[in-house]
Design a protein around this ligand. Structure first.
Ligand SMILES: [Cu+2]
Length: 140
């Protein structure tokens, strides 16, 4: 009985995947990749590899940039500012807890990084696409 319960408890951990996203690769104001397709229970690990950035959930449209401190929306997220200026490559991990689209951006420089396209999408769909979110961010 104990072993069966133990085994069942392990299943989500076995099936969950981790998705790696680099933040600021090649000193660019960019997340790579920009679109992450992830299942509930998966983790997304963001690694800041240049300068000082944040990983913060944002509105899909309207006042996209900068995303608000603490992050926007239900099950939102905010890493706060993470600096690689000392070469430490800090990380932030988000666990996907729902199937809704989530959009994110860097809040640095009062939204200047966000407006420059430093954005990403988790599970975008046909009505809320990454391309439209990027256009909304650049225009915000
Ligand atoms: Cu940034």
């Amino acid at each position: 009985m104990f072993s069966k319960v133990f085994f069942l408890a392990l299943i989500p951990a076995i099936m969950a995947a981790n998705h790696a996203v680099s933040v600021g690769a090649n000193n660019a104001l960019a997340f790579s990749p920009t679109t992450i397709t992830a299942a509930v229970g998966d983790t997304i690990t963001f690694t800041v590899v240049s300068r000082n950035h944040s990983i913060t959930s944002a509105r899909f449209s309207g006042a996209v940039c900068p995303p608000p401190p603490g992050g926007f929306g239900t099950n939102g997220f905010d890493s706060g500012f993470l600096s690689d200026l000392d070469g430490s490559m800090p990380t932030f991990t988000y666990t996907v807890v729902d199937t809704q689209p989530h959009f994110g951006a860097c809040m640095q420089a009062n939204g200047a990084h966000c407006r420059a396209g430093m954005t990403f999408a988790i599970n975008p769909n046909s009505t809320q696409t990454y391309a439209q979110f990027l256009a909304n961010a650049e225009a915000s």
